[in-house]
Design a binder for this molecule. Structure first.
Ligand code: GUN
Ligand code: ZN
Length: 432
């Protein structure tokens, strides 16, 4: 058995800091320890005591660095890594101009594998140990992503993206039948195998026919432990488009609900411009809304109502949405969450931001207690943060009067230089 002991400052959560006072939801140890055996966390506690009790453990002493659960990115598009930061368009033009031409290239399995490898290495360099990714309509694009994750031992979720309406370009369209059949084959190959979960993935209502949504709803009913991921109410033009394509639907969410695509394992990206009925249904069903703040500002979508949705009982995860999002960093994503909430007149505490990026996103993916938390029994995916990674951050955190003032400069200004180490399944990731 391989036993490792990580020493440093540790932070673990004991509750949802949006639902209770944050002080009651967090446990911080200045000289903490995380004991890892065979890929699982088996103890967390006082560093000195754990060291004395485990003399044979291999010790990694991170000093004043902060040990956290690895970040969980609950919505992203690995096929868009190559077109991140593409200029000047809003959603529909951005998809047509940059995204769809790039996604066509994933018909080539070698290209798909190269981009999957690149994406996962970038994620790990930024402290992200779990991702939930869209793939492309090509079955091989999902195989490439799952294989790349398996090679790294990473826990991931992903799905082959389905679109069969003529609103999607020639060359990037499937059918209701092929979407069902290929998704079913991928579920058989990957879902629940090792650390992989399958997410049934209709891109969004504007690019699927009702026949396809119905087929994918049936597939989900046959495979209820799968996630189902899609997009919901990202831009007002998109909502108008949906209204035109689905005149009988009560609202955008209803285009999914009417076809069996609303459920507790539903993971809906963006979710900005909601009708009260949509918000209440998401809460009632226990489905997750995923906040994609750098994308929502970059593509000009709008201001997610984080506090409002949490107050109403909606499960919320956090995500980069790369390449619509402009950063792989969940630190930058937390910073953008803070900034957007400030515009809405709400101050989000660092504990709330860190919770969203770890346990909150894990819960959105139904992986609560599995990843995203520093607790005995969880899988040992960790990130170690250097809280003084650049001169400007270092000089600010020197003045900190408590941990939260020490962490906040890294949340606001940190990037991959703040990642001292990422650990996946109990092993440190060596940089490639
Ligand atoms: N809506 C449908 N597809 C996409 C996508 O690839 N990115 C974003 N941001 N929104 C979408
Ligand atoms: Zn997306």
């Amino acid at each position: 058995m391989m036993t490792s002991l990580l020493l440093g400052q540790t932070l673990s959560f004991t509750g949802d800091p949006f639902l209770r006072p944050w002080e009651e939801c967090v446990s911080h140890r200045e000289f903490g320890g995380v004991l890892i055996e065979d890929g699982y966390i088996t103890a967390i506690g006082d560093g000195t005591a754990l060291r004395a009790a485990n003399p044979a453990a291999r010790v990694m002493d991170y000093g004043r660095d902060l040990i956290l659960p690895g970040f969980v990115d609950a919505h992203m598009h690995y096929p868009q890594t190559g077109i991140i930061a593409s200029w000047g368009k809003r959603l529909i033009d951005w998809l047509n101009t940059y995204t769809f031409p790039e996604e066509m290239r994933f018909a080539d399995p070698a290209y798909a594998r190269a981009l999957a490898d690149r994406t996962l290495d970038l994620a790990l360099a930024h402290g992200t140990t779990t991702l939930c990714s869209f793939c492309t309509i090509h079955e091989g694009s999902a195989d490439a992503f799952f294989e790349a994750a398996k090679a790294r031992g990473m826990r991931v979720a992903a799905g082959r993206t389905c679109m069969d309406r003529d609103t999607a370009p020639e060359g990037l369209r499937d059918t209701a039948r092929s979407a069902y059949d290929e998704s079913a084959r991928l579920i058989a190959r990957w879902h629940g195998k090792g650390r992989a979960s399958y997410a049934i993935t209709p891109r969004f209502s504007p690019t699927s026919t009702e026949e396809q949504l119905e087929a994918l709803g049936a597939l989900w009913a046959e495979n209820p432990t799968c996630l189902m991921q899609t997009h919901l109410s990202e831009q007002t033009d998109e909502i108008e488009w949906v209204r035109g394509l689905y005149p009988q639907a009560r609202d955008y969410l209803d285009t999914y609900e009417a076809h069996g695509l609303l459920g507790p394992r539903g993971v809906y990206g963006h979710v900005i411009h909601l009708e009260p009925r949509e918000r209440d249904r998401l809460a009632e069903v226990g489905a997750a809304a995923v906040h994609c703040p750098t994308s929502n500002t970059f593509i000009g979508s709008g201001l997610f109502d984080l506090m409002g949705l949490k107050r109403r009982g909606v499960t919320v995860g956090l995500a980069t949405d790369t390449g619509g999002g402009s950063s792989f960093s969940m630190l930058r994503t937390m910073a953008a969450t803070y900034e957007i909430a400030q515009i809405r007149g709400q101050a989000v505490h660092p504990v709330q931001l860190l919770w969203l990026a770890t346990e909150g996103s894990a819960r959105a993916l139904h992986l609560g207690g599995v990843v995203g938390s520093l607790q005995a029994g969880a899988e040992a995916d960790l990130v170690v943060l250097d809280l003084a990674s650049t001169p400007v951050i270092a000089q600010r955190q020197e003045r900190a009067r408590d941990l939260w003032e020490a962490v906040f400069p890294t949340i606001m200004m940190g990037d991959d230089r703040a990642i001292r180490a990422s650990w996946v399944a109990g092993r440190p990731v060596t940089r490639t």
